[in-house]
Write a protein that binds this ligand. Structure first.
Ligand SMILES: [Zn+2]
Ligand SMILES: [Zn+2]
Length: 608
């Protein structure tokens, strides 16, 4: 196995990593760099016909923006996302075409390429494992960075590789990043805030500071302008403002404008991808649709309002967008405030202001002084230096090699120095091919079977445990996967199955576990697919139209009897309830019942 960076080595932007497994290529992320040198990943020497799959970690343009280009140049294979990432990425990709047009540039891809991408897209949940190839399996894990953001885990014949994409810490709307994924051999991790001095202040402190600026500006009768990125920063700032408003701490009218409004709609679709607090908030009443946020219909009118207001709008680094009109009208008045809340990349107007620029050209080209108050309160969605080091330290067995990308200069060297204390650390260089895994594998005739399973569930306290699925509780799924992963000899399954679980079952078959599964029917596409995959991989499968019982038994040791099927719906979306048991007598009876049904089931046949 080889790994090579087509972008994002030694830089922030155009993330794109090529994994080469015996000549088959897997592309992790395919992004665009918005400023500085080199805009797109370098595919000049990549054999497009060898690409087996494209996998996107999250929607930010520097990770997803260039994916349609691959369809433009003839790639026609699958592309994997989480569902929120898919929707948000499409929004940004379409916008990129539009912006290129406005700037008089020819975009690198067109709407028809996005259509092809949509046709070939597969969306997965977190911690669903899918064989994307005969011997390569993909699992997404929560990265805690933006809505839908995922780490990409590839199980390959040469070991387990984990690519973090961007990882977050302390993001208001999300659950924290998933740590200590077991059995990781190779880790590729981002380094945006790699320097030792890159330490974020506690979130509450930053929130209080923003509210204070807003209050002080109101006292002076001034306006507050907050430039934001359309995805995630906008929503986090809006929720923060709403909470402050509910507490009576701010009273000014709040106006919103720009692409963030479209992104807000997508957020409303996915409360179950957020943390519990946000889930409850969205279920009750979408905070982003609160009447306290007013959409701007007439910008000129808003700019000239004669009461102090707050405007939240794009673009976040002031490289264009509605924010520039507000800025040009308000910047020369010392009563107003400009609050930058995101990372400001070099060469952007936002960065120049942070670096001390205090002049700008107004509409008519006249040079004017920036007299407004300028504040930088960074609500970063990226992990800081201590959080990255802590993340790497959290592996109970450290990865053999750690590669650093998505960072610049000293960020990389200082982080590398720190991680080298834990394990071998390499700063990825552009277009260099790194060999992985073969040395270890060559020593043994077969890759060593090691423990790759995580502790999904706590040990049970009594022989019967009540298990459920709700939008916020996946205990049924976790128990089911854990039961399958820990089976040693025989696995008996009855009910509906779809392809969301078969990868775990195939892993058991490969381990030598005997699997017998009774399907209720094999007419729906998901069930049909699962039936075929299981049969082709050595499981025994039968069909019984009368079988309405849903249970799963492992080694006369553990069983789950529940309303839930082994399907995506039952694992993630429905309300399901049942019993997990280790009671010998119950398992014995269930086993006897299984064989009674098995004897009355038919082989089943799918026309190819
Ligand atoms: Zn990102
Ligand atoms: Zn990024």
């Amino acid at each position: 196995m080889k790994v090579r960076w087509l972008g994002s080595a030694g830089e922030v932007g155009r993330s794109c990593v090529e994994i080469n497994i015996d000549g088959r290529l897997f592309i992790l992320d395919c992004g665009i760099k918005l400023s500085g040198e080199g805009t797109y990943p370098d595919f000049s020497d990549v054999d497009i016909s060898a690409i087996e799959a494209v996998i996107i970690s999250h929607a930010h343009l520097d990770h997803s923006g260039y994916a349609p280009y691959l369809y433009h140049i003839g790639y026609n294979g699958p592309i994997y996302f989480t569902k929120p990432t898919f929707e948000l990425a499409l929004l940004l990709q379409k916008d990129y075409i539009k912006v290129q047009g406005l700037e008089g540039e020819t975009p690198p891809f067109f709407q028809e390429d996005i259509r092809k991408e949509i046709n070939r897209a597969t969306t997965l949940n977190y911690e669903e494992k899918v064989y994307i190839n005969d011997d390569v399996a993909l699992t997404f894990y929560n990265a805690g960075h933006i809505l839908g953001s995922a780490k990409i885990c590839l199980d390959t014949p040469y070991g387990r590789l984990l690519y973090t994409g961007d990882i977050g810490s302390d993001v208001k709307t999300l659950d924290p990043i998933k740590k200590n994924i077991p059995g990781v051999d190779y880790l590729i991790i981002e380094s945006t805030y790699g320097m030792k001095k890159d330490v974020h202040r506690p979130m509450e402190e930053r929130e209080r500071e923003l509210i204070k600026v807003i209050q002080e500006t109101k006292k002076k009768n001034g306006n507050v302008l907050i430039p934001v990125f359309a995805i995630d920063r906008a929503q986090n700032i809006m929720i923060l403002l709403k909470e402050a408003r509910d507490r009576g701490e701010i009273t000014q009218p709040i106006f919103i404008e720009g692409m963030l409004i479209k992104a807000n709609d997508i957020y409303d679709n996915y409360p179950d991808w957020m943390n519990k607090k946000m889930f409850n908030m969205f279920k009750k009443d979408n905070p982003l649709a609160s009447p306290i946020f007013r959409e701007v219909w007439n910008r000129k009118k808003i700019i000239q309002m004669n009461e102090p207001i707050i405007v939240v709008t794009t673009s976040g680094m002031m490289s264009g967008g509605p924010v520039m009109d507000y800025f040009k009208s308000w910047a020369s008045d010392e009563r107003n405030s400009l609050v930058l809340v995101g990372y400001q990349v070099e060469d952007t107007f936002g960065r120049q202001i942070l670096d001390g620029l205090r002049e700008f050209k107004d509409e008519d080209g006249n040079l004017k002084k920036i007299k407004a108050r300028v504040e930088w309160i960074e609500f970063s969605a990226h992990a800081d230096h201590p959080s990255i080091v802590e993340y790497v330290s959290a592996f109970s067995v450290p990865p053999k090699k750690v590669f650093l990308d998505h960072g610049e200069g000293e960020k990389l060297t200082e982080l590398c120095e720190e991680i080298s204390k834990i394990t071998e650390c390499i700063i990825a260089e552009p277009k260099v091919s790194y060999q992985l895994g073969e040395e270890e594998v060559a020593k043994e005739s077969k890759p060593a079977q090691k423990l790759l399973y995580e502790e999904r569930v706590p040990p049970i306290q009594c022989p019967f445990e009540f298990i459920v699925t709700t939008p916020q509780d996946k205990l049924f799924k976790n128990r089911a996967i854990s039961l399958i992963e820990n089976s040693k000899e025989i696995l008996l399954i009855s009910g509906y199955l779809d392809d969301s679980i078969v990868s775990f079952i195939i892993d058991s078959v490969k381990k030598g576990v005997k699997v017998k599964a009774i399907f209720r029917h094999i007419t729906r596409p998901g069930n049909k697919k699962a039936f075929k995959i299981l049969r082709n991989n050595g499981a025994e499968v039968r069909v019984n139209r009368e079988c309405h019982a849903r249970f799963i038994i492992s080694d006369e040791r553990e069983a789950i009897i529940s309303s839930g099927d082994l399907t995506r719906d039952s694992f993630y979306d429905h309300f399901e309830a049942g019993i997990f048991t280790t009671d010998k007598e119950t398992i014995k009876k269930a086993t006897a019942f299984f064989y009674q049904m098995w004897d009355q089931s038919i082989e089943g046949f799918i026309k190819e």
